[in-house]
Write a protein that binds this ligand. Structure first.
Ligand SMILES: [Zn+2]
Length: 227
């Protein structure tokens, strides 16, 4: 592998990274259109997943470019034979660089952050009164008993698939939905209020969530009976 091959490969990767960035901007615009036209919540979630996937790809390219640059710089200072092991060195270094990150870091990718912010702002603009009323309802410190539990996730408004119980206030949410909310709040350095209307729990934490297999079975039985 000659240096000119390495260099042209790196510039191709960087061009590819630009395209990923453009793609992420387009996805964000599509999401905003969806919010404005009160589109399907599921679709917006799917777009968020696309953003996270793109962020991952972008990060992988960063790591790879960094690995190649560092390893080729090292190899230049060594005897020519060093070039033979370059490929493996890059591979190993790339793996080490990737280990520094976890999937939750992807939520901090600048374009993912701006995606979430734009969607949130657009929602508030589209329906300012709904947001206000919601805040008021949540401020009332009413304890809700377990008998009021239903099978609908307060976040997604659809039947829960993986119900988890908040052991602080006994409310149920769909695991993926609540985890996503907690993580996006963490990035904003804010607490997540329990979305159940009237609940006084102002700090929903991941550590308060317990998987509820019994609840899951109940939901499955119920939907089984419907068929
Ligand atoms: Zn609650």
């Amino acid at each position: 592998m000659s240096m000119s091959v390495v260099n042209s490969m790196l510039s191709a990767l960087k061009a590819c990274q630009n395209d990923i960035g453009t793609g992420m901007d387009i996805v964000t615009e599509v999401a905003l259109d969806l919010v404005e036209t009160e589109g399907n919540e599921e679709d917006i979630k799917e777009l968020e997943e696309m953003m996270l996937d793109s962020a991952k790809l972008d990060r992988e390219i960063n790591c790879f470019v960094e690995a190649v640059e560092q390893m080729t710089a090292q190899a230049r200072q060594q005897p020519p034979e060093a070039m033979f092991t370059l490929k493996n060195q890059v591979k190993e270094h790339f793996a080490r660089l990737q280990e520094r990150f976890s999937d939750s870091d992807l939520h901090r990718h600048s374009k993912v952050v701006s995606f979430n912010e734009s969607v949130r702002n657009s929602r508030t603009q589209a329906n300012p009164s709904a947001t206000e009323n919601r805040e008021e309802d949540l401020d009332e410190d009413i304890q809700v008993t377990q008998s009021q539990v239903n099978f609908t996730c307060p976040l997604t408004q659809v039947e829960m698939v993986n119900p988890v119980k908040n052991k602080k206030c006994n409310h149920y949410y769909d695991y993926e939905a609540v985890l996503g909310m907690i993580r996006s709040k963490v990035i904003q350095k804010k607490n997540l209020r329990c979305p159940v209307v009237g609940c006084g729990n102002t700090n929903v934490k991941e550590s308060d969530l317990v998987k509820d297999a019994a609840m899951k079975r109940m939901i499955q039985n119920k939907s089984g009976m419907k068929k």
